[in-house]
Every structure is written in C-alpha cells, then in structure tokens.
Write a protein that binds this ligand. Structure first.
Ligand SMILES: NC(=O)c1ccc[n+]([C@@H]2O[C@H](COP(=O)([O-])OP(=O)(O)OC[C@H]3O[C@@H](n4cnc5c(N)ncnc54)[C@H](OP(=O)(O)O)[C@@H]3O)[C@@H](O)[C@H]2O)c1
Length: 197
C-alpha cells in the first residue's frame, strides 16, 4: 500500500470540543463500537489498519484496551523513550507516514486512521494527502479543553454516508448524535456528490 487517503476519526460536541482533563467528556457505547468498526474492519482479512495518535490520546486509553487490538498502533511522541509493548513510537507526522509506507508495513496495512488529538487532526487535514473525516457530531454541550480544528469548507465536502454508517439521529443516555463524513480529495475527478452542510 502507498497511503492515498488519511481517515480521521473523531467525535466532537457542540463547541467542537473533543476532550477534557485527558479523557472524553461523554460516554457513548454505540459510538465506541462505531470507532472500533471504522478503525478495525478490513476487506483483506490478512491485513490490519494503522491507528496514528498523539501521546496524550494514547495515555487516555484505559490500560486494558491498549494497544488497540487488531490494529497497528503508532504513537507520536518526543518524550516517550521506549515504545509501549505492541506499539511503534515516531517523532513526527512524516515519520508516521514513512512507517506505514515502508516496505515492511505496506504489505500488512490496509488503511490509515488518525485518531487524535487536536494537532494530529490538524496536521492530517492540512497535509497533501486525500483525507476523509468520520465525524460523530454530539448534539450536546460539554466543558472541554481540547478541540477539533475546523473542517475547512473550502477544502472538505460532506458526502453521503455509506450503507454501514447510519444517517439518522442516534441516541444514547439521553444524548443525540449523528455520523457525518467529509472528504478532501486532491483529484477533482474523485469527488462524490456533495451533501449540503
Ligand atoms: N473525542 C474524540 O474523538 C477524541 C479523540 C482523541 C482524543 N481525544 C481527547 O483529546 C485529548 C488528547 O488530545 P491532545 O490534543 O490534548 O493531545 P494528543 O495530540 O493526543 O497528544 C499530544 C502529544 O502527542 C505528541 N505529538 C502530537 N503531535 C505531534 C507531532 N506532530 N509530532 C510529534 N509529536 C506529536 C506530543 O507528545 P510528547 O509531549 O510526548 O512529545 C504531544 O505532547 C484527551 O482529552 C482525549 O481524551 C478525543
């Protein structure tokens, strides 16, 4: 594989908040299951997807769930001196992409998912790569200290959800949320029909 597209997977509430005090301010089991499904499923069963994350996102994952199973875990950090078991540490975003495109890894990896936090999302959205944002829009207010950078309207178009991602409003614990998908393509001929925002 030579990475053609970066898949950003994120849940944000009304103020575009994604986190507070090192964790996610809401608990939505259905959304966690969707996260697992988007980041883990592969067409080729012999391959895995890669998840690229910042150190604080890594630390926010409970011990018993990390490394995220059946995925190649790549952590961006300049302070971690050793890779936690079952992970790769890289020093910058370019190194992460070089790793997934290396001869060894490209045979094993099907697709690449960017799973936070803030600056990693920004770098992926602003990169020269095609980019798909899987956004869970949480229709509620939460106090947050970490935010999703804007999905620039001039670059990203909302597209129709594939059949495996519901388009209607979801609800759990009295919180409503919806799944939205935005694409940025570098090749105009690849563009799908836009959906109005
Ligand atoms: N709602 C969601 O979908 C979602 C998703 C992910 C995370 N979150 C939440 O967001 C918060 C964590 O995100 P965050 O933005 O604060 O931190 P983060 O991006 O996860 O981690 C920041 C750290 O990652 C490393 N890093 C990030 N970008 C780098 C780069 N380009 N090159 C080298 N190193 C880089 C640095 O580590 P060193 O300091 O070690 O060098 C930096 O201090 C938590 O509250 C988490 O629960 C929410």
């Amino acid at each position: 594989m030579c990475t053609k597209r970066l898949n950003i997977v994120v849940a944000a509430c009304k103020n575009n908040g994604i986190g507070v005090n090192g964790s996610i301010p809401w608990r939505l089991k259905k959304d966690m299951a969707m996260f697992r499904h988007i980041t883990s499923d592969t067409v080729d069963e012999s391959k895995q997807n890669a998840v690229i994350m910042g150190r604080k996102t890594w630390m926010s994952i409970p011990d018993k769930f990390r490394p995220l199973k059946n995925r190649v875990n790549i952590i961006l950090s300049n302070t971690l001196s050793e890779s936690p078991d079952g992970t790769y540490i890289v020093k910058n975003f370019q190194q992460a992409l070089s790793l997934v495109n290396s001869d060894k890894m490209k045979q094993q990896i099907e697709s690449v998912h960017i799973i936070g936090g803030s600056s990693v999302y920004k770098e992926a959205m602003e990169s020269d790569y095609d980019c798909r944002v899987y956004l869970t829009k949480v229709d509620a207010d939460f106090e947050c200290d970490t935010f999703l950078p804007p999905i620039e309207e001039s670059l990203f178009q909302r597209v129709k959800n594939p059949s495996n991602i519901p388009s209607d409003v979801q609800e759990e614990n009295g919180i409503q949320f919806t799944y939205e998908i935005y694409d940025k393509t570098t090749d105009q001929s690849d563009r799908e029909s836009p959906v109005s925002r």
